[in-house]
Ligand binder design. Structure first.
Ligand code: GAL
Ligand code: ZN
Length: 651
């Protein structure tokens, strides 16, 4: 890929006539767009009827982009099959949990396990790869689109059979599966693989271990599909291959820790979600997790919106400067490409009210001027590309815990995994701490502090590595509903929080969740909610107890000396800033900034760069020295940054 931070977008020329393409390319040049994704939804144009291929339009578009010096991020075109395919082969259609079919008419109406779909899609990929595999414009392969956005969990008969196969290779013997799923419960013992079904809708609660395995299977199934496309591309081309992840609050069906190693570059799609309490904090979390998937290396923001989306109940636009701040927050947290969905706002179709770089009203608009401003800023900070984010603190994140902690029957429906992870990340961010978000299986040895929020499901090796990290001098903070089950969703007996009892030096006999809205006071002045537990210390010291609620006098916050390190436990939901402030200080972690003012450092061969992004409305002062690449002004000791402003200081 080029040096510098690239500016890109999805482009759907199929929706427009060739004279518009020419105008588009001219405007792309004006805006400095240098990486364009095409053929994302190309199938019905490329193969208008079975086996009849038509590449003229795509040839022309790719050629046009190339002639204008714009690199192509080439879609394989398979994300949505044409109507003829499901008419010929209705068996490719996916089924919902109640067994009913989901029809075409939207997008992604295909069963991830369908051999018919795979054959036809792979055939198309082969043709596209042969035709464009060595085209000089093609800089990146974009496999399908947001795999699993709508079709991740398919409960059809084809998927049922694939699930059985997957289980057979995981467990080998039916008895092992019976043990893993605890099928003695409710008379669910299987005598033969053929008796097993996906966890389709039932009259009562379903088997939670079966549900977790179905999630694992479903994620693996789409990954296998990805691998198939990637293998074809690699046969015909040496260009890097990726697909766009959806690391975002409302998508949870893919375990990207297992996907990431298969990508040549990590790419994510992210949209501000105004249904969440703090959309900007969530953006930062998603960016940190995407960087975690990239192993700390630079990554691509493959999609975001210039303004409003169209799929939330109330689609807010972005204020002037907001899109630039969003973009620079991604760059600060490791993105080396900023791309958008999409180039030109659609006039028709389900997304006609979705914003784009080029709005319906054209170029004499605030939105267009915002794009030019972003482009200019990215050019100015281009030397940041290739550097890495500096961080001393890690938050552990697990899709398996997300799936399992939110089982149908659990101590409290009000405890949601992602909320608890967000709360930990948000508190650290509010303290001015830059955080990596990594897998429970990651190497933790380089971190001063590791935070483990609500890690409900954890395997023995990860639990041991976490304990070793503390024994060797690390600082750990664990929050409630962690370490409860092993990877079979089987309770770790002997008291909670099973896997972390020893390292934390505590033991809980029972959970005592609180009704939503109910609060408990703590002896240190903090306020707990959602959750308490009948906890006692074994080797830990008590930092705070409950003064009221169901368990007065019982420890709520504890700290344990374990080997050369320290381990904190927080047994209720509270504003974690206070306890984390102590943990951060103990661990000697540097802090700068707060919830409104993000301060993040990227460093590498080209230098050290301090990103300062003021999301608030008031001016602030930040300690910094160097050259502000955004304004071109030198900064000596103190940076004055206005409300809404952004600075990137070359230190
Ligand atoms: C993504 C998708 C794009 C577009 C966008 C709208 O999920 O990949 O094709 O639909 O959302 O926000
Ligand atoms: Zn299926």
């Amino acid at each position: 890929m080029n040096t510098g931070i690239s500016l890109g977008c999805d482009y759907n020329p199929e929706q427009w006539s060739p004279d518009v393409w020419r105008e588009d390319v001219a405007l792309m040049r004006q805006a400095g767009v240098d990486l364009v994704a095409v053929n994302i939804f190309g199938w019905s144009n490329l193969e208008p009827s079975p086996g009849r291929y038509h590449f003229d339009d795509l040839d022309e578009v790719v050629g046009l982009l190339h002639d204008n010096g714009i690199r192509v991020n080439l879609g394989t075109g398979t994300s949505s099959p044409p109507p003829w395919l499901s008419t010929l082969y209705p068996e490719i259609l996916p089924a919902a949990a109640d067994g009913t079919v989901r029809f075409p008419g939207g997008r992604q109406a295909w069963c991830p396990s369908s051999p018919v779909f795979r054959d036809r899609a792979y055939e198309l990929v082969d043709r596209v790869a042969q035709r464009y595999g060595n085209h000089p414009a093609v800089a990146l392969w974009h496999v399908s689109n947001e795999l699993g956005c709508h079709n991740a969990l398919c409960y059809c008969e084809v998927s049922a059979e694939a699930f059985r196969e997957w289980l057979r290779s995981r467990y080998r013997k039916i008895e092992t599966l019976n043990e893993a799923w605890g099928t003695s419960f409710w008379s669910q013992r299987y005598g033969d693989w053929a008796e097993i079904q996906p966890p389709r809708l039932a009259l009562s609660l379903r088997n939670p271990a079966q549900i977790v395995d179905f999630h694992r299977f479903s994620s693996d199934e789409l990954l296998a599909y990805y691998r198939g496309e990637a293998a074809i591309l690699r046969r015909h081309s040496r260009t890097p291959v990726t697909t766009n992840f959806m690391v975002t609050a409302h998508i949870r069906n893919l375990d990207y820790w297992s996907w990431a190693p298969e990508m040549d570059v990590i790419a994510n799609d992210h949209y501000l979600d105004h249904r969440l309490g703090d959309p900007v904090a969530e953006l930062s979390f998603a960016a940190d997790l995407t960087r975690g998937l990239a192993g700390g290396a630079p990554w691509m923001l493959m999609e975001q919106s210039a303004g409003a989306v169209n799929w939330q109940p109330h689609n807010l636009t972005k204020a002037p400067g907001e899109m630039l701040r969003n973009s620079l927050t991604h760059v600060a947290r490791g993105a080396d490409s900023i791309c958008f969905f999409q180039w030109r706002a659609s006039a028709q179709g389900a997304e006609k009210f979705h914003s784009a770089l080029l709005p319906h009203a054209g170029t004499d608009t605030v939105a267009w001027r915002e794009v030019l401003k972003l482009s200019e800023t990215l050019d100015r900070i281009g030397e940041v590309a290739g550097t890495r984010v500096q961080s001393d603190v890690a938050v552990l994140f697990s899709w398996e815990s997300w799936w399992s902690a939110e089982g149908e029957a659990r101590p409290s429906q009000a405890v949601r995994y992602l909320d608890q992870v967000h709360a930990a990340h948000r508190a650290l961010r509010g303290l001015g701490v830059t955080t990596d978000v990594v897998s429970p299986d990651a190497d933790l040895s380089g971190y001063r502090l590791v935070v483990v929020p609500c890690l409900y499901m954890v395997g023995d090796p990860a639990a041991e590595r976490i304990a070793d990290y503390v024994r060797d001098g690390g600082n750990l903070l664990v929050t409630f509903f962690s370490g409860i089950v092993d990877e079979r969703d089987r309770i770790r007996l002997g008291g909670y929080p099973g896997a972390f009892r020893e390292v934390l030096g505590v033991l809980a006999e029972e959970f005592a969740p609180l009704l939503p809205g109910r609060e408990v006071a703590l002896s240190n002045g903090a306020t707990g909610s959602l959750w308490t537990e009948r906890l006692r210390t074994t080797t830990a010291e008590t930092i705070a107890t409950y003064v009221d609620g169901p368990l007065p006098g019982v420890p709520a916050i504890t700290r344990n000396a374990y080997g050369a390190g320290k381990a904190w436990y927080v047994a209720t939901a509270l504003d974690l800033r206070e306890v984390l402030e102590d943990a951060v200080r103990d661990a000697g972690v540097q802090t700068q900034g707060n919830a409104d003012v993000e301060v993040v450092r990227r460093a590498g061969e080209s230098g050290s760069y301090l990103f300062v992004i003021n999301h608030g409305t008031d001016p602030v002062e930040i300690d910094a020295t160097g050259l502000d690449l955004v304004t071109g002004e030198p900064v000596r000791g103190l940076l004055n940054i206005p409300g809404g402003g952004v600075s990137v200081i070359k230190e």
